[in-house]
Design a protein around this ligand. Structure first.
Ligand SMILES: [Zn+2]
Length: 587
């Protein structure tokens, strides 16, 4: 540690504060505070980012901000930046609030699993499959260590009253946002996906914290977005808090609904809450496009969200069972979910749910189903457990302690972090055999925990980037566990549709679900099959694991996918590009 770190630590200790207490008081991430005190400045995403945090911390400690920044500059130019890994969230010290240590435990369990499992995955795959490395490929790239979560500095705290019979919610929501960009922001943007539906979302109040006073900002709604002007510019690394008060009156879901209309609303036996809360729009700094406001679209998943922390506290009607993202604590009709570093928070509710649980690969699996579908509910649990094991082996460790599947009444499946909604139609159709749609759908959805959850993508501009690997993961499940049924899988999932279309089309250009699924899912699965064929198994699976490690907790792009493919193969990929892609992605 050098002069800067010592100065910060001494000033903090003089105030008698632990790092945890500072994190609590300033709402600055503990990891960043530790990085500043340890002078691990390379851990910040940019110089401005580091400086923004340092300025805040110095000011909180009553240090001379200019002088501290000058010391920082000296440290930086002396080239003493260290590339030590981002410090783990420290185990809670002293007596922090109970929920903090609870969160830390959950994340630590995940991280330990990551550390243990991360590096052996590719080796294990090769071993299990007795394949030799392809001789035409140069030395395979050394897999990077599984990265720790990139703390985005965004957290959501919701206090929810869910009136189950009335299909209505009252919500108070706090958003803590730390400017992750290198630009000063004069406004913020929220995507309010509930505004896809008329007369559903009602904003009662919105406030922004200005030096401890909650002031009402100027706002401009447009389509599903809400832009709000900040009373003062938000510099890189600076933090701001918002407080929202809103009500939701849920739309009804019909059993044949898909996608948007199937994953948000109420049906006879359940309430589905997917993409239901105002969420910070991603800021597209690299593309120089600013806030990513999203718009209504009936087909596919027109949502792009970034990693954040959630703490959701729900009071609901007596007798209602909830299923949500994260670690659950529950007493009577009060439920709390803590979810750290997830892409979305989803919730299903029913006064009829039965629950089966299992523990597979250190993950607690929970299957929620209606009493008439008990057998299928257990098959969903069993399938999810096997899929979790397979994809942990192929793609890397699942980073959370819990995964839930909830039967809801619609005609599809929908993925969220740590959570999947599966439509009743698939349970009703369960016929006791392995050639039944419930199994491929469950495998597809579990794989979204990697392709969507861990490595996110722009599901509007490049929906193929999660759906093609997810659909092909259904095949990988059959190849591993039900090899006699792989021909059935190809017919059921792909060939019976005689699919057409380029897989990299933007979501908004599809005219109906059939066109979208033919191109993105079905041709997407064929593309993954052909890519594997061209690369050979060691390179293909090495690439998939490394793709997860390298882009975990981020939004990846098509070019990231292909850049990495080219690190794993020297094969000619142009024929594949011409066959499946509209745009030229390869350099
Ligand atoms: Zn999918």
């Amino acid at each position: 540690m050098g002069e800067l770190g010592e100065r910060l630590r001494a000033a903090r200790e003089e105030k008698g504060l632990t790092l945890e207490e500072v994190a609590e008081a300033t709402r600055m991430p503990l990891n960043y505070l530790q990085a500043l005190e340890n002078e691990e400045l390379a851990r910040f995403t940019s110089e401005l980012h580091a400086r923004g945090f340092l300025r805040n911390y110095a000011s909180f400690l009553d240090l001379d901000v200019q002088e501290t920044i000058a010391t920082y500059e000296a440290v930086r130019t002396a080239g003493s930046r260290r590339k030590a890994p981002l410090p783990l969230p420290a185990p809670a010290q002293g007596k922090p609030p109970a929920r903090r240590s609870f969160l830390a435990t959950d994340l630590l369990l995940g991280l330990v699993a990551v550390a243990i499992l991360g590096l052996g995955v590719f080796a294990a795959y090769v071993r299990n499959n007795h394949v030799e490395p392809t001789p035409t490929v140069g030395p395979p790239p050394t897999p990077t260590a599984t990265p720790l979560p990139v703390y985005t500095g965004t957290s959501y705290e919701m206090d929810v009253y869910l009136d189950y019979p009335a299909h209505a919610l009252d919500v108070k929501q706090r958003i803590d946002y730390t400017n992750p960009t290198s630009q000063t922001l004069s406004n913020l943007m929220l995507n309010i996906h509930a505004n896809h539906f008329k007369n559903t979302f009602k904003l009662n109040d919105i406030r922004v914290d200005v030096d401890g006073e909650w002031e009402r900002p100027e706002t401009a709604p447009l389509d599903v977005t809400l832009r709000l002007e900040l009373p003062a510019p938000l510099k890189p690394g600076e933090h701001v808090a918002l407080m929202l008060d809103y009500s939701l009156k849920l739309p009804s879901i019909s059993p044949d609904s898909e996608f948007i209309r199937g994953s948000f609303g109420y049906s006879k036996r359940a309430i589905s809450l997917g993409n239901w809360y105002p969420v910070m729009a991603p800021y597209r700094e690299q593309e120089d496009k600013g806030w990513y406001g999203q718009t209504y679209f009936e087909i596919g998943d027109p949502y792009v969200t970034e990693i954040a922390d959630y703490r959701v506290s729900i009071t609901t009607t007596q007798g209602v069972i909830l299923a949500g993202t994260g670690v659950e604590t529950h007493a009577g009709n009060h439920w709390v979910y803590d979810a750290k570093q997830v892409r979305s928070f989803a919730l299903a509710a029913s006064d009829q749910y039965m629950v089966s649980t299992a523990n597979v690969a250190g993950v607690n699996l929970h299957s929620y189903y209606f009493p008439s579908n008990e057998e299928a509910g257990k098959v969903a649990l069993d399938t999810a457990g096997k899929a979790m094991e397979l994809f942990t082996e192929l793609y890397g460790p699942y980073p959370y302690a819990n995964y839930r599947i909830a039967e809801t009444e619609f005609a599809g499946g929908m993925e969220f972090s740590g959570m999947t909604f599966l439509g009743s139609a698939f349970y009703d159709a369960y016929d006791g055999t392995s050639r039944t749609p419930l199994i491929p759908l469950t495998a597809h959805e579990v794989s979204h925990q990697w392709f969507y959850g861990l490595v996110g993508n722009d599901q509007i501009v490049e929906p193929w980037l999660d759906e093609a690997p997810a659909e092909y993961s259904g095949f990988l499940y059959y190849e591993r566990y039900l090899p006699d049924d792989v021909d059935w899988w190809w017919f059921y999932a792909v060939d019976q549709w005689a699919p057409a279309g380029k897989i990299d089309q933007i979501l908004y250009l599809f005219r109906n679900n059939r066109e979208y699924m033919d191109a993105v899912y079905r041709r997407g699965a064929r593309f993954m099959r052909d890519l594997r064929e061209v690369m050979g198994d060691p390179a293909f699976f090495g690439f998939l694991g490394e793709y997860q490690r390298r882009h975990a907790f981020r939004l990846a792009r098509s070019r990231d996918f292909f850049t990495l493919v080219q690190e794993y193969t020297t094969a000619d990929l142009m024929p594949l590009q011409e066959e499946y892609f509209r745009q030229r992605i390869l350099p």
